[in-house]
Design a protein around this ligand. Sequence first.
Ligand code: E4P
Length: 218
Amino acid sequence: MKFFLDTANLDELKKGAAWGIVDGVTTNPTLIAKEGVPIEEQVRKICDIVDGDVSAEVVSTTSKEMIEEGRRLAKIHKNIVVKVPLIREGIVACSTLAREGIRTNVTLCFSAAQALMAAKAGAYIISPFIGRVDDIGWNGMDLIREIVTIYKNYGYNTQILAASIRGPLHVIDAAKAGAHIGTMPFKVLDQLFNHPLTDKGLDQFLKDYKKAFELVPA
Ligand code: E4P
């Protein structure tokens, strides 16, 4: 499973990249707005930090404008993946950009039917939002499982990216369900390290070693 960081914050990206386990980045207009830097400028900086797919989302809503915006974003760096919303105009933009060889991430996916349309339109990535589905009392992981089955049935190459991840269990369950990518906030990536038995075990190993060699005369 590929790990992406769902942030536009450069400090978080630097920390994550230093661990050597970050395969890419997803941003959205909300995350970019939080950093207060225009998207083109911010994603260029992100591409200098993480060597992997970096999703940059369009903010226009007509297919014509999305296509133009997508072309501009794709020119920023070879690793840019153009993110378009799963609306009618977004699907038109996705097919056009796909035909031009521009990779797209179709976002705001909340149903298997939507995911099927994105695959048919040639999406490089589909982003089902599991946390937001859970928030309304449905099961986000069932959505991932449905998409995995449908894509396998027809041999679609579109990668399934589990988005809107809220904690380590979402990451584990998405991996078990067969999602190709999990995108998560920095906090969740950091939480994946934690296990009390790791801390306890390491503490004991170091104590034992110190005790043994402190006893040996120099
Ligand atoms: C994915 O690409 C989105 O940016 C993100 O996962 C949305 O997550 P949220 O529901 O926590 O805002």
